[in-house]
Design a protein around this ligand. Sequence first.
Ligand code: PEP
Ligand code: MN
Length: 337
Amino acid sequence: MVIVMKHQATREQIERVVQHIETLGYRAHLSQGEERTIIGVIGDERPIEPESFELLEGVERAMRILHPFKLASRDFHPDDSIVKINGISIGGKQIVVMAGPCSVESREQLMKTAAAVKQAGAHILRGGAFKPRTSPYAFQGLGLKGLELLREAREEFHLPIITEVMSPQEVTLVAQYADILQIGARNMQNYALLHAVGEVQKPVLLKRGMMSTVEELLMAAEYILAHGNTRVMLCERGIRTFETATRNTFDVNAIPVLKSLTHLPVIADPSHGTGKWELVTPIARAAIAAGADGLIIEVHHDPAHALSDGAQSLKPENFARLVEQVRRVAQAVERTV
Ligand code: PEP
Ligand code: MN
């Protein structure tokens, strides 16, 4: 349920509503907007009637919300959430570009790619150290060594780092190196992992499971939010459909749907969304036109020899073209890059 306070409601009136919610055994979530305050009721609210709140002073209206997600919902928090990372704001007017290799393979590979993406205008460096691979015989990532290389690149190029964490036991370790923790598509509903990243104070990029609905993605985000971490970003990275012409089907619909349902920033991953490097730039343009707040793009200086996802990795010069094209689309939708 959400309780919308009157424009001129006083602090005491707001406080009294919060007390009333807590007396009934629920938690209250305050969202102080520019116009008015909205109070969300958290817990199983079925036994309470919205009308009972409308009797309290300062309350304009109270209503049940139809969605099962609450902290993630725009009803609870009408203004866009801005996630701040070392001076970069994600979720505002500026489009944020994250780029780098699928996997960290070596110092030479990471440094070359980091230099190139920085030069082309990327804001954040991506790179997997712990890799979720379909085959147990495929390259699994460099692990701790990969994290150390990411730290080196971070210092050298002044780029914050995003990297994946695959298990609850590794969250503390990965959080010591990463500026953003990535939860991969295969782990979107790993509730122990969602719980663990909910307890660290590091931003999280939660990728949509390849067979998950938008509502399931938002419920997964709700786990992280409910454990106290408010800095959550969502990522559309393509879903599995009957189509075999591409690796996944990038669900461009999901972007405006998410933007209407949630206040959380939405990032698009056209690399995994298509699986083919030639399609990455057109789908990146589409995602920004549709309202995405940022992009995460795989770039490799030598895709033919990449240890993972070479087919969808852009060469540095093509990534630079992507950034220029996205800049023009961003302008058309009154955003900047
Ligand atoms: C990745 O970002 O390299 C990755 C494994 O992505 P996803 O979890 O979306 O497959
Ligand atoms: Mn990848």
